[in-house]
Design a protein around this ligand. Sequence first.
Ligand SMILES: [Zn+2]
Length: 331
Amino acid sequence: MYLICANKCQHNAPVAFDSQQLAAGVSILEVNMRKNIVFLVLFISMNALADVGVPEMKNENGYVEPFRMFDNVYYIGDKWVSSYAVETSSGLVIIDTLDFPFSKWIPANLEKLGLDDKKVTHILVTHGHSDHVGGAEFLQSMYGSKVIMSEKALELAKEQALKSKGNAVFLPPVVESYAEDSSNLVVGDTEFKFYITPGHTEGDLSIDFFVEDKGKQYRAFVVGGHGANFQKTGLAKQFIASMARIKKIATRSPAVTVNLANHPHKNNLFSNREINATDKANNPFISQENFFQFIEQQNESATEGTKEELKSSDSTNPNKSMRVTADASAD
Ligand SMILES: [Zn+2]
């Protein structure tokens, strides 16, 4: 059983008994009994609250059993959006937080993986769309983690939070320090390098770090946003430039061999999971080819989209319209 403690609940607050009560003859034993009853009631209500609003963990809802991908990386996302737990020597770092309320699966997943006794020190958010940032505030309140994202991503997260409805209503996280381009974060034995790579949104944050497989290190890369955005002028061009930049950065020795995509269909996550389960010798998530093909495919679809957009924005074209890629609207 895990506790959901959104909005900084006060279950650890001491129970106050004033001097009048004591003067009126309330014995220390009674005071202690009352305290215990209050704590018991609070404990029961917190446990009852824990399951309130947690979407049923079934395939039809997009639930995916969490699993270990590397010595230090676990998949804790769902069928459509990725979330990773990175285990460092100083605790866990979570990358992306799913759409709320599906984010409520994350604590349950950590428990299933036996990681629930670890401190979640940081939550890294790749961009401000609700399917990545939706659970950041919820997890931050629960674990007291620091949330790292770009300033532009937080702006977008605030807009998305205001638009959220019904049981998907979420709050933007509290961000004390923004991720800057070419900065880094060191958590215990793990260094995360950050690059702002706009184009899917204005504040896409790409993350570069090392994963371990059977004790050996491999360079992994999380591309901050998948799919160029044609809704906002100039973003598609920035996306193409970002892909070229990522390619250059990722080629530096040792080249990136692990594509930690923020959507599972971009790194063959589920078929690789099956291979991984049967072939213990070769981790299919280590594939330089997959990463660079992914970048190439992203670049090609953005370039193609830009050409089409130019055609449709031609004043002689009666069908002039803004093009939105399926990727940009969904990812
Ligand atoms: Zn997105």
